[in-house]
Design a protein around this ligand. Structure first.
Ligand code: MN
Ligand code: MN
Length: 361
């Protein structure tokens, strides 16, 4: 079972401006073969399928704990993509004729003729963006796809059941993930993308070391000798160096309040690159930071608003005798349920829905 916290791993800076091309590149770190969905699902399935826990408990604990951390990495990548896409097209609302138009760089938009909004084609800029899914399949937000729009898939998971082979694969997977991060870093001067990559380079680095140590304990081979792969130190990236200066490259956090306590039988000794002592922070999660705010993008009807006329329509219908539910309350519209009664001012005038929502608070 897992437990969730409404945080992301680190505070992300706001982008200098929307950057849909960078968002497309960052998708590789989400749903690419070597992306965070892959690391998460590889370790998760290996942990589900782990045989011989009695003899190999520290290896199992290590896998489970790192899988827990990988969840926080898909969150961080998603938050980065969402920040980079926020404001990437013109804000305009077809439900509000003459409404505010934020900006448009496309001459095509200005030449098109359409009724309703100040900007006749607020999404026209997206024609020039290469990742159409961000604009036609989502509300300008992260997809479980790679940088070219290929969906993540289960063939990226290797869980052979042979511990030595799976650990070797994990070591290779983390090195591949590291290469991908470094390339995205070199593509994107944007501070949001670089803050995310810097942090993940350091945390991915701890996973590389963890799997190297695990292979060492299991076989006696000195895998740490081949590090770093690719052979550029994290210390060459300012956004990563900052975290290494705080010791994050030698800390293993604990992603469970009480379980997976034996991983320190593997996570110990000197770091293979700088010789600093490795440290397991028992019962300690990373501090975390709030999720960034995501403003409405009305040109994508995201999230969309409740239509007062629709509310009144349902209010009248229910007033004419709606079904009683098991709690003895009148049924509510799905829109109201989704809003948790937060935007109920329109409904308040229509007696029953308003009363029902008030009772719930
Ligand atoms: Mn990761
Ligand atoms: Mn990792």
């Amino acid at each position: 079972m897992i437990q969730r916290f409404d945080n992301i791993a680190i505070e992300l800076p706001e982008p200098d401006s929307a950057n849909p091309a960078a968002a497309a590149a960052v998708q590789e770190l989400m749903g690419g073969k070597f992306g965070e969905m892959s690391t998460l699902m590889n370790y998760t399935f290996q942990s589900f399928n782990f045989r011989g826990k009695k003899q190999y408990r520290p290896f199992y604990d290590l896998l489970c704990n790192i899988a827990g951390e990988e969840w926080s990495h898909i969150e961080l990548v998603a938050a980065t993509i969402n920040l980079l896409l926020t404001g990437a097209t013109t804000r305009a609302d077809r439900n509000k004729p003459g409404g505010k138009t934020a900006r448009s760089t496309s001459t095509k938009a200005k030449n098109l003729v359409s009724a309703g909004t100040t900007d006749p084609a607020p999404l026209a800029d997206a024609l020039d963006y290469r990742y159409a899914y961000h604009f036609v399949a989502s509300g300008q937000s992260a997809m479980p796809f790679d940088s070219m729009g290929n969906p993540w898939n289960g063939s990226y998971v290797t869980a052979t059941g042979n511990l030595k082979m799976d650990l070797l694969h994990n070591f290779f997977l983390e090195c591949g993930a590291r290469a991908g991060k470094m390339r995205v870093y070199e593509m994107c001067p944007d501070p949001t993308a670089r803050a995310m990559v810097g942090y993940l380079l350091v945390r991915g680095g701890t996973h590389i070391v963890a799997y190297a140590k695990a292979l060492e304990k299991l076989t006696g081979a000195n895998v740490g000798q081949v590090l770093p792969i690719p052979d550029v130190s994290n210390k060459k990236f300012p956004e990563a160096m900052k975290h290494e200066a705080n010791g994050l490259h030698r800390i293993m956090w604990h992603f469970s309040p009480s379980d997976y306590t034996e991983l320190d039988q593997i996570w110990n000794g000197p770091h293979p690159e700088d010789g600093e002592e490795l440290e397991f922070r028992m019962n300690e999660m990373p501090p975390g930071a709030p999720w960034p705010e995501m403003p409405d993008e009305p040109q994508l009807v995201s999230p969309g608003e409740l239509d007062p006329e629709m509310i009144n329509y349902y209010a009248k219908r229910l007033g004419d005798g709606g079904e009683e539910d098991v709690h003895g309350e009148k049924e509510r519209t799905s829109a109201q349920r989704a809003n948790g009664g937060a935007r109920q001012s329109a409904a308040a005038s229509s007696s029953r829905i308003g009363r029902s929502a008030n009772r719930r608070r």
